[in-house]
Write a protein that binds this ligand. Sequence first.
Ligand code: RUB
Length: 330
Amino acid sequence: MVYTLPPEVLQIAEDIRSMKIRGAGRIARAAVKALKIAALAYRGSELDDFYEYMKYASKLILATRPTAVSLPNAVAYIMSRLSKNITSLTLDEAKSKVAAWADEFIEYSLRATELIGEIGEGRIKSGDTVLTHCNSSAALSVIITAYKKGKDIKVYACETRPRFQGRITVKTLAKEGIDVTLIPDSAVRFFMKDVDLVVVGADTVAANGAVVNKIGTSMIALAAHEARVRVFVAAETYKFSPATVIGELVTIEERPPTEVVSEEFLKMYPSIRIRNPAFDVTPPEYIDAIITEKGIISPHAAILVLKEEFAWALEDRMKKLRIAVEYETE
Ligand code: RUB
């Protein structure tokens, strides 16, 4: 069944796809906002049809970008509640419940970013030089909170090719009054000797503690490891991936070649292949700790966060897995 969704919902989906809305936390908040708008705009009269319509809207939002698990987790925050409560709600109640759950998620997410700052800033000392990559609200919350607490810090920010999110980062930090230097991604090892700690964000944290973040993060973690510089990842608990518990792999988004070279270049050299992966995976061995809104954990404790936060999703996945195994052994 094809439904007509409000233009605002289609626009949010397009803005996520085109990266006008970007960063795992912002994407998650935009996703639930889109579901709220869709729910309130529903004009039908059947509860069952409303549920199908919401599933349709969810699918559209989920198809925008594949890597950040905050997106499916945010959609599941709404849809799992809707599915659990649907039989006890009237249509009007279901619509306003979706709106309320969306507001609740957005409030939680914004507070989580603040809490990560408050919890994580303790890892930065006055006099430290911090290196960050891309543009992560959670990582920036840690750095800015440390500075606001009176710590005298310096920041190196990678420019983050090909989309240059590092430019957003340096503008934000400079506006706060922080001593910040923009460096090419390829200069990370050159500057690592001056760095005391690395703070980055995450799009997805896997059950084994591996972190998926902007392309280049794993290279930074390697250089930090070699120089014995600590690496901290700032990530809300909704960036932990329940699917990875049963061994599902995280899809790494590959973006268009025109983000790397011009259309003219492509036309002029048609035999040259261009690859543009947007994210990479940093193994847990290269991460000292993950700063969440609930506390700081070793990457090896990621599974405990998943057990606590996503018990329902894990149960659901284990059930599916059991069914799959039973089917295979029949
Ligand atoms: C953004 C990116 C960020 C994480 C965390 O990639 O990799 O480090 O999403 O961000 P893109 P936040 O620009 O491709 O979306 O802490 O803001 O959720």
